[in-house]
Write a protein that binds this ligand. Structure first.
Ligand code: BDR
Ligand code: CA
Length: 296
């Protein structure tokens, strides 16, 4: 069974990714959830991860606090698609459990050392925590099974401006550290996630599932789909469950970190010896079947 750490900024599609992992206990062992500033401030992303785990009855999974901003560049404005609280204003209580003192980066390093070659790290927000973990431990890249991330736009325009995607623009230097780390990398950028389009029938099917997590997912998606119709982050999680849903090409990818109009842009060149498998396509129907089926 694949050991997994989700590094995230919930965020509605992040919450869906967490729910998908929790609903897939026979395939993935979710070791922990690490949080970063991204869609909303760190206090909120951390609270939201705990709110989602509490709603799913999985308070046994540790939720670690990470960086409250990017590693080098100034913090950018919060995202709009997730509402001011980051979870669409849904009434989900935050659990009163004590917060672990270990940082997100330390947790990532600790788990990779504990399970060498086994941990898939899945960053689905700005990659600040992952960069700090990699920079502070030269052995980490080789100890991870892989880093499967949502971020960037390899062969298509961005969603923040014509060049940059939200997670890469949120911390371009961190993305560059990850891309140069030597870890086995799989990139889920807008090239593929814009194909994961949420349709009204998906919400109906989730509601028909009837259980608590499916109805929660439908409520979350309903708020979210009014502003962003694409299920970005769960794509990266689905890779751990069924890679046959996707196809892609090996490429050399880097991020532009010089200030200017292209700041945060990912630049990709197809190359069989490149640093990254860039996912470019998904079977949208089977992806939603997987999500809705697992949540059932
Ligand atoms: C990414 O931006 C965030 O708003 C989403 O959670 C996703 O990680 C898509 O560009
Ligand atoms: Ca996210």
């Amino acid at each position: 069974m694949r050991k997994l750490i989700i590094d995230c900024d919930p965020g509605i599609d992040d919450a869906l990714a967490i729910l998908l992992a929790l609903a897939s206990r026979t395939d993935v062992d979710l070791l922990g959830v690490t949080c970063v500033r991204g869609n909303v401030a760190l206090d909120k992303t951390h609270a939201n991860a705990r709110r989602i785990l509490a709603a799913a009855g999985r308070l046994d999974i540790p939720v670690l606090r990470g960086l409250a901003g990017p590693i080098l560049s100034p913090a950018r404005a919060e995202a709009k698609a997730h509402g001011t609280d980051g979870l669409g204003g849904l009434d989900l209580p935050e659990p009163e459990l004590p917060v672990p003192e270990m940082t997100a980066a330390d947790f990532i390093r600790q788990q990779a050392a504990l399970y060498p070659g086994e941990v898939m790290l899945c960053p689905i927000g700005p990659m600040s925590n992952v960069a700090v973990a990699l920079l502070s431990d030269p052995l980490l890249a080789g100890r991870l099974h892989s880093i499967v991330f949502m971020g960037g736009a390899a062969f298509c325009p961005g969603n923040m401006n014509e060049h940059a995607e939200f997670n890469f623009l949120g911390d371009p230097h961190a993305a560059q550290v990850v891309l140069q780390s030597g870890a086995r990398l799989v990139m889920f950028g807008l090239d593929v996630t814009l194909q994961a389009k949420i349709e009204p029938e998906h919400l109906d099917r989730l509601r028909r599932n009837g259980n608590r997590c499916s109805v929660l997912a439908a409520d979350l998606l309903q708020v979210y789909a009014a502003r962003d119709l694409h299920l970005h982050d769960p794509c990266a999680l689905a890779w751990a469950l069924d890679p046959s849903l996707f196809h892609g090409i090996q490429a050399r990818v880097h991020v532009i970190t010089d200030s200017g109009a292209t700041f945060g842009q990912s630049v990709a060149t197809p190359d069989p010896a490149g640093n990254c498998l860039v996912i470019t396509g998904v079977d949208q129907e089977r992806l939603f079947d997987l999500l809705i089926g697992r949540l059932a």
